[in-house]
Design a protein around this ligand. Structure first.
Ligand SMILES: N[C@@H](CCC(=O)N[C@@H](CS)C(=O)NCC(=O)O)C(=O)O
Length: 122
């Protein structure tokens, strides 16, 4: 079972690498503002989880420099995720809106929808 997981995980990472999306281009001024906002966002994720890969690709496509933390590889990240959100589930997007208002978003579709609503300007 572990070997199957390893092979599938490696395949997912390879295909992701082969087909990495290009990031959107913004003016330097707007990108600086976006970068600043991304400082308040953290993605909890596993390297080879397909749902996490989907979210990371969306970060790449939207040119969002969001910090990623892996609860499998980092005990502190695991503690933060479990104590903050109540669950050990990835992907999870933590959004710190300031003044103690913290959102924990689960589900890749919901996370990608949130990022697109917030960062894609028509
Ligand atoms: N529908 C979810 C599925 C997420 C999911 O199944 N994540 C797995 C890792 S690949 C997980 O964290 N499982 C632990 C759990 O469900 O408690 C999504 O699209 O994000």
């Amino acid at each position: 079972m572990r070997i199957i997981h390893f092979i599938l995980g490696s395949l997912i990472l390879f295909i992701d690498w082969l087909t990495t999306p290009k990031g959107i281009q913004r003016s330097a001024e707007i990108q600086t503002a976006v970068d600043e906002q991304c400082g308040n966002i953290t993605l909890y994720q596993y390297k080879a989880c397909p749902f996490c890969v989907k979210v990371r690709r969306s970060l790449k496509r939207l040119s969002l420099p969001v910090e990623t933390r892996d609860p499998k590889r980092c005990d502190n990240a695991k503690k933060e995720l479990v104590s903050g959100s109540g669950k050990l589930k990835v992907p999870c997007l933590k959004v710190d809106n300031g003044e103690g208002d913290i959102q924990w978003l689960f589900d890749s579709k919901e996370i990608i929808g949130y990022l697109e609503r917030r960062f894609v300007v028509e």
